[in-house]
Design a protein. Structure first.
Length: 135
């Protein structure tokens, strides 16, 4: 094995570690969902922000919105999920257990078909508090 190979391999390993730190930060989480019949089923979720919300991956993975959110919140998010599933990138603000967040939904298209939606949610609670002070 030559030095160049070792160096490139080390860079790949470092990038993997950096990527994990990026998604699992204290103020964000990432998640994925697919559409099954008329429901959106969460297939992945990870990030420290979940703990702040009082949630864990086991509360969400394999479940639809209506299985872990109050009906009014689930209905509203379902509309955003539907837009994303139809190919429209969506950003929306949400509120769970005392925390405000900004979510971004990005459709994943393969062979002209949406196969899943990748998403990230970022804690904006402090931003919202500061905005309220200014008003």
């Amino acid at each position: 094995m030559d030095y160049t190979y070792k160096e490139n391999n080390q860079n790949i390993n470092n990038n993997t570690i950096d990527y994990k730190n990026l998604i699992a930060g204290p103020n964000r989480f990432v998640f994925k969902f697919v559409k099954k019949d008329n429901d959106f089923i969460h297939t992945f979720i990870e990030g420290e922000f979940l703990e702040k919300l009082g949630l864990s991956p086991s509360h969400i993975i394999g479940k639809s919105l209506h299985e872990f959110l109050p009906e009014n919140q689930a209905n509203q998010k379902h509309k955003f999920y539907e837009l994303a599933w139809n190919g429209v990138p969506v950003n929306y603000e949400g509120y769970i257990n005392g925390f405000h967040y900004l979510a971004s939904l990005t459709p994943v298209v393969i062979n002209s078909k949406i196969i899943e939606v990748n998403s990230i949610a970022i804690d904006i609670t402090e931003y919202r508090k500061n905005s309220m002070k200014i008003q």
